[in-house]
Design a protein around this ligand. Structure first.
Ligand SMILES: Cc1cc2nc3c(=O)[nH]c(=O)nc-3n(C[C@H](O)[C@H](O)[C@H](O)COP(=O)(O)OP(=O)(O)OC[C@H]3O[C@@H](n4cnc5c(N)ncnc54)[C@H](O)[C@@H]3O)c2cc1C
Length: 440
């Protein structure tokens, strides 16, 4: 998994060898968002001597998309999970806090996947053929991305062309072609998980991506606390009284001498009594796509609106399935539960649950990675109860789907792997602060 820009640009005050001399800066500053970007911005501002800072956070906690679900004494990482590369501040903090327990290649979940196809027999030679086709693609796209002519070419478009050429080469029986299409969907899903987008991912990103000194993109694996201690570390530079939780910023008026802010706090919508000299907004691209037109007064310049509209982003969501004991066996690094046409009677959602991984630190938990449209579809089918609780009032078909979700795919027999609990962020499309969408 790779890092996203907002994490890359963090400035982490206490790690700096020599902090600049504090001056008495009197400007007042509003910061929208207490995710990593907002917390790090406040840390840096305070280091520079600014103390008149108010952070508006729409939810009831700090951390943003790095927030995780407490689970026994550990944390389930709903958002950021791996630290990408070692030449960055996040890595340095993780190291300092003793969180790193291992490393893996970025493409591990794809390259070392155990392929499952429900009831169909697995044709190993077709799988090998497909992997031989995809193996050189990343290097090829990286090279293309170095040429400014290709900067804006979308990964999805160029891959679609290569894929068409690949399938044209050999005339196949329908079953084989269905298998190849499913593998192709898995490959796309891998990139959706890896980069957050596929069809909107420009080749220039490959060029600008820092591979580290040995040319091998690496992800560092964190212990059972994951990113949480890093969030706490960033928060430690931000006094509690600076953060206004449950203050959702609806409007930022910035035409006069001072910035005025309208907030929503529960059912109450009001002008915040204090006015500010400056405002820093750290809302995600997904948030801006939805609210940028109504959030600013005067409106943002047309160029910025166009940029917000046209820059793509992906959707990614993790679903944690807790079992009383493992029923699976992994040979590789992940389970690729392929949605092969004609193989298993399955819910279309499974097209988007492309990868299933285990937790490094809990043998009873599986993590299902859902991407693209699946993050919205899952609200309709996959939010039931664990098998031991009363299902009264639940949509029984939804319950059925979730209980057989993995069975059909992985075992091919359905229903034999009921989970004890299902945990995920419920970031449905009606949320004011959708958390399942993230921008690259
Ligand atoms: C499933 C998933 C997996 C990921 N995996 C990784 C990974 O392995 N490694 C990695 O480095 N990164 C990963 N990321 C990305 C990483 O989590 C984000 O890049 C990072 O958390 C972004 O931080 P941020 O502060 O910019 O934004 P956010 O975390 O989105 O913080 C913004 C904050 O602002 C608040 N906010 C927004 N608008 C308003 C408003 N109008 N009023 C008030 N409050 C507002 C939000 O509630 C939020 O708390 C992953 C993300 C997801 C979703």
């Amino acid at each position: 998994m790779r890092i996203w820009p907002s994490l890359c640009v963090l400035f982490l005050p206490l790690l700096a060898e020599a902090a600049p001399t504090r001056s008495n800066r009197t400007s007042s500053i509003a910061v929208v968002g207490a995710g990593f970007a907002g917390l790090a911005a406040v840390g840096r501002l305070r280091e520079l001597g600014f103390e008149d800072i108010t952070v508006f956070e729409g939810s009831d906690h700090f951390g943003g998309r790095v927030y995780s679900i407490p689970f026994d004494k550990a944390r389930l990482q709903q958002g950021a999970q791996w630290v990408n590369g070692h030449d960055n501040d996040i890595f340095r903090i993780a190291k300092k806090l003793g969180l790193i327990i291992g490393e893996q290649a970025d493409n591990d979940v794809y390259v070392r996947a155990d392929i499952h196809t429900g009831t169909c027999t697995i044709n190993r030679s077709v799988i090998d053929e497909f992997y031989n086709f995809t193996d050189p693609l990343e290097a090829k796209y990286r090279k293309m991305g170095q040429d400014s002519v290709n900067y804006a070419t979308a990964l999805g478009d160029i891959y679609a062309k290569d894929y068409r050429a690949f399938v044209k080469k050999v005339k196949r029986r329908a079953a084989e072609r269905n298998m190849i299409d499913a593998l192709s969907r898995f490959y796309i899903g891998f990139w959706e998980g890896e980069m957050g987008a596929f069809y909107d991912y420009a080749l220039s990103n490959f060029h600008f991506w820092d591979e580290g000194e040995d040319g091998q993109a690496k992800s560092y694996v964190l212990n059972s606390q994951g990113y949480w201690p890093i969030s706490e570390y960033l928060k430690s530079f931000v006094p509690d009284e600076m953060i206004k939780y449950n203050h959702f910023v609806k409007k930022i008026r910035y035409s006069g001498a001072k910035v005025e802010i309208r907030v929503q706090e529960g059912a109450k919508s009001f002008e915040y009594p204090k006015q500010f000299d400056h405002v820093i907004v750290t809302s995600s691209l997904g948030h801006l796509k939805r609210y940028a037109r109504s959030m600013f007064e005067p409106p943002l310049p047309q160029k910025k609106i166009e940029a917000i509209d046209s820059v793509g982003y992906g959707n990614l969501l993790k679903v944690f399935l807790v079992y009383d004991k493992p029923w699976w066996s992994f040979n590789g690094s992940s389970i690729a539960a392929l949605w092969v046409k004609g193989c298993s009677p399955t819910h279309p959602l499974m097209e988007y649950i492309h990868t299933i991984t285990k937790l490094e630190w809990d043998k009873d938990v599986l993590v299902a990675w859902v991407s693209a449209r699946g993050t919205i579809m899952i609200d309709g089918v996959c939010y039931g109860r664990p098998k031991h609780s009363s299902a009264e009032g639940d949509d029984s078909s939804a319950l059925g789907v979730q209980q057989t979700l993995l069975g059909w795919w992985v075992l091919g027999d359905g229903g034999t792997c009921d989970f004890e609990d299902l945990l995920r962020w419920r970031g449905d499309s009606s949320d004011d602060l959708p958390n399942d969408c993230w921008s690259v």
